[in-house]
Design a binder for this molecule. Structure first.
Ligand SMILES: [Zn+2]
Length: 197
């Protein structure tokens, strides 16, 4: 009788354990903060083509990320990865940053080597355009930029970027925020410098 009871308890324990393990990935996913996904901004590339935004959730990314490219059919597109895992200011910053890669023609130019000065320059320019657009197009834009930059630095630290990189990125964004220039004039300057205009 006791033996049967122990066996029963063990089995019950096993079943609970299996149920727990099956449920674990789902419930741990749910326990992570989920954010509402912001509506994407207007975006046209340097050739005047409309840029599409597409949400992608492969369930792995811990924080929002973006990618600007043309899809297989040649449509300019921004892929938005795991936006539900990051707050709205960071989502908006990434949207404008990726859109900027289309606005400046980066997407159609050969990709410079990773972390080369040219690549870093493209990233700084995209950050600057994102900053100016948030400043001008979003309610209380300056505050949104401040929040976004803190959230961005936090993510970069988590990923393992050195403090020097996060600090210089932040400094560039805050310097752009003080620019006395419209975003159109800024983009114009970039396109003329690249002989794309
Ligand atoms: Zn970029």
């Amino acid at each position: 009788m006791i033996r049967k009871l122990i066996l029963f308890l063990l089995c019950a324990f096993e079943i609970v354990l299996i149920l727990f393990m099956m449920a674990w990935p789902a419930s741990s996913d749910e326990s992570q903060l989920k954010y509402e996904i912001a509506s994407p901004p207007n975006c046209k590339n340097n050739l005047g083509e409309k840029v599409l935004f597409k949400d992608v959730n492969n369930g792995r990314a811990k924080s929002a990320a973006g990618m600007a490219k043309r899809d297989d059919t040649g449509t300019p597109i921004v892929y938005r990865f795991a936006y539900q895992n990051s707050p709205k200011p960071l989502q908006q910053f990434i949207d404008f940053h990726e859109c900027a890669h289309h606005q400046t023609g980066d997407v159609d130019l050969p990709h410079p080597p990773r972390n080369s000065p040219e690549h870093m320059m493209n990233e700084s320019i995209a950050d600057c355009i994102a900053t100016l657009r948030i400043r001008d197009e979003i309610n209380r834009g300056e505050d949104v930029v401040f929040l976004a930059v803190e959230q961005l630095v936090q993510v970069m630290i988590t990923i393992g970027f050195p403090a020097m990189t996060t600090e210089s990125r932040k400094a560039n964004i805050l310097t752009c925020l003080q620019k006395n220039e419209t975003v159109d004039a800024f983009i114009d300057g970039v396109l003329k410098h690249r002989k794309l205009k």
